[in-house]
Design a protein around this ligand. Structure first.
Ligand code: ATP
Ligand code: MG
Length: 246
């Protein structure tokens, strides 16, 4: 009886899995249509004999951008599918979070400078080491910081603060950017969700925050947003200093 039940349970899990995967694939197919349509239209336009060289170059650049978008989407999508299916193994090790932040800033500061945005990292002594998957945690910070640049205003700022209490490490990333409308906030961690005001500001796949949430939850932590339209946004991450023992 037990073995029949467990076989049925396994089948139900397998079905739920396939169902989720089918959902995910339907979403992806829907999303790749836009760049594909745009590449199709442009290749058609490129065949017009009357185009000037400048016009051709500009159309070719748009194709390049759309291909980059498809490539980003494929990479992010694979990351997310791995995380959602539980196939992504977390490798926790005692880590100095300040060191990870410094490594992220090496990548981010040149981009921030290019956009005229100042980054302020609060120096914080005596933070304990936190059990993290270094690469995955870095991926979270890089996406949050790249959002803070993409959706910032001209000559905007980014503030990074960290603190620890007895059991949790808290990190906050604040920007002085376009902000997020109240009605968008509940949807922000949904796959492919992008707000209407972000589209003209910067391109993106809308998968970064879903990946962040999955990674933070795999660390038994939480991620929260507070934002005001036209003023700025703060993302807060809370991660236990020690991972629960199995
Ligand atoms: N700091 C922010 N300020 C304002 N809006 C933001 C901010 N961060 C995220 N958003 C909104 O949330 C959406 C989802 O963010 P997410 O990082 O998941 O995707 P993305 O930046 O569009 O693309 P990518 O997959 O390349 O990260 C963004 O498109 C934007 O509308
Ligand atoms: Mg992003």
């Amino acid at each position: 009886m037990l073995s029949v039940l467990s076989a049925q349970a396994a089948l139900a899990i397998e079905n739920a899995h396939l169902f989720l995967q089918a959902d995910l694939i339907a979403d992806l197919v829907h999303e790749i249509r836009t760049p594909l349509t745009s590449i199709g239209t442009i290749t058609y336009l490129l065949q017009r004999p009357e185009l000037t060289t400048d016009q051709r170059i500009s159309l070719a650049r748009t194709i390049q951008r759309e291909i980059q978008r498809l490539d980003d989407m494929a990479n992010n999508f694979l990351d997310l599918a791995r995380l959602e299916s539980g196939r992504a193994q977390m490798r926790f090790e005692a880590t100095d979070p300040f060191q990870i932040l410094t490594e992220c800033l090496e990548v981010i500061i040149p981009k921030a400078n290019e956009a005229g945005i100042a980054v302020d990292l609060q120096i914080c002594d005596q933070l304990p080491e936190v059990e993290l998957d270094r690469d995955k945690f870095k991926q979270v910070i890089l996406n949050l910081l790249s959002n803070a640049i993409k959706y910032n205003s001209a000559r905007g700022k980014i503030f990074i603060t960290q603190e620890c209490d007895q059991t949790f490490f808290h990190l906050a990333i604040t920007d002085t950017g376009i902000g997020i409308a109240k009605e968008d906030l509940p949807h922000l961690f949904e796959k492919f969700y992008r707000t209407a005001n972000s589209e003209p500001a910067a391109s993106g796949t809308g998968l970064g925050l879903s990946i962040c949430k999955q990674i933070i939850e795999s660390h038994h932590g939480s991620i929260n947003i507070s934002s005001e339209l036209g003023v700025g946004t703060t993302f807060t991450i809370n991660i236990p200093i020690h991972q629960p023992k199995h």
